[in-house]
Design a binder for this molecule. Structure first.
Ligand SMILES: Nc1ncnc2c1ncn2[C@@H]1O[C@H](COP(=O)(O)OP(=O)(O)O)[C@@H](O)[C@H]1O
Ligand SMILES: [Mg+2]
Length: 313
């Protein structure tokens, strides 16, 4: 089958692993930068073009859309998923996961534990927010931040005011969140693909740092996921509707607390830490989704035929 891998850079570890895994299973895999795809709206059905030509047909689309191009990338993906292609994951699920407060709200409503979190757009609400999340120290994050950038601890009410005022003056939406001190700079990343946990690692922040992101110098080791962490990760992925996700959980005495889901989990860190091939299950999920789409495409045809029969009688 033909697979379209949406990625800005074919040389990235995750992209090249997916290309290799797809080709190893006999598929044609093209890497296309979503910014190189134009959405053409003229009359009727919009079309997609790339380098002056209509985008060829693909059976499956694997989006690896970075945070810096979320808007455009998801507009392209939204068009792609209208054409009966298998898409891992859909634009709506990715958009949800990029919004820290909205995704935590979905998880919390689904009875998953999340840290107490308040979304702010103005510094006037800081005192109320601090009370709601249990007072300082608190974690302050950019609502759409990623890779640990813009995530900090504010040790006091004063520090919280200063950080929120600065971010708000820059026009940023802020998340003020309960600091889960028990996690001590550690978290668990579980990669969930099509309703299965395919690999999991525990990440540890370097000394003097609370963010465990590997981009921030964190280290990682393979972890045998306890049952409730496994079921929490699966439920979180299901609630957000992501076909492929990296579920980040803090460890507490009372079990997992989910802080976020990543729609394009990096493969390098998890494959290196666990020795598990994470790319192949993503390709096999694409195969399964294509088969399901083809089956459902055939069915309505059969139903139409049957209906015609009934009418003819
Ligand atoms: N509420 C919290 N309590 C304790 N540690 C946290 C909390 N929120 C985030 N962290 C730490 O900071 C890291 C980055 O935060 P996260 O919310 O995942 O933002 P990003 O999207 O930038 O990765 C997490 O991996 C975790 O180690
Ligand atoms: Mg994170």
């Amino acid at each position: 089958m033909r697979i379209l891998l949406l990625s800005r850079n074919a040389a990235l570890y995750s992209t090249s692993r997916l290309v290799l895994a797809g080709r190893a299973r006999g598929h044609d895999v093209d890497v296309v930068d979503p910014l190189e795809i134009q959405i053409v709206v003229a009359r009727g059905e919009p079309s997609l073009s790339c380098a002056g030509h209509r985008l060829p047909h693909y059976h499956a689309v694997i989006p690896r859309i970075g945070a810096s191009i979320t808007r455009y990338g998801l507009a392209v993906l939204d068009e792609l998923q209208r054409g009966r292609r298998a898409v891992l994951s859909g634009a709506a699920a990715i958009a949800l996961s990029r919004d820290k407060v909205r995704s935590l709200a979905v998880l919390s409503r689904g009875r998953i534990r999340v840290p107490a979190t308040v979304c702010l757009r103005s510094a006037s609400a800081v005192d109320t927010a601090l009370t709601l999340v249990g007072g300082p120290p608190v974690v302050i994050k950019l609502q759409h931040g990623t890779q640990g950038v813009g995530t900090m601890i504010a040790e006091s009410s004063r520090a919280s005011h200063a950080a929120v005022e600065t971010f708000c003056a820059m026009g940023q939406e802020i998340v003020l969140q309960q600091y889960v001190s028990e996690s001590e700079g550690r978290d668990i990343r579980a990669v969930v693909v099509g309703g299965k946990v395919v690999a999991a690692m525990r990440r540890q922040a370097p000394d003097g740092e609370f963010r465990s992101n590997l981009h921030r110098g964190g280290s990682a080791e393979s972890v045998d996921l306890p049952r409730r962490y496994r079921s929490c990760a699966l439920k979180a992925a299901k609630l957000t509707g992501l076909d492929v996700s990296g579920v980040d959980m803090l460890e507490t005495r009372d079990g997992p607390v989910v802080i976020e889901l990543n729609s394009s989990p990096g493969l390098e860190g998890i494959e290196t830490a666990t020795g598990i091939d994470v790319a192949t299950p993503i390709i096999t999920l694409a195969e399964e989704l294509v088969q399901t789409a083809q089956r459902s495409k055939r069915k309505p045809g059969r139903r139409r035929q049957a209906a015609g029969h009934r009418r003819a009688k």
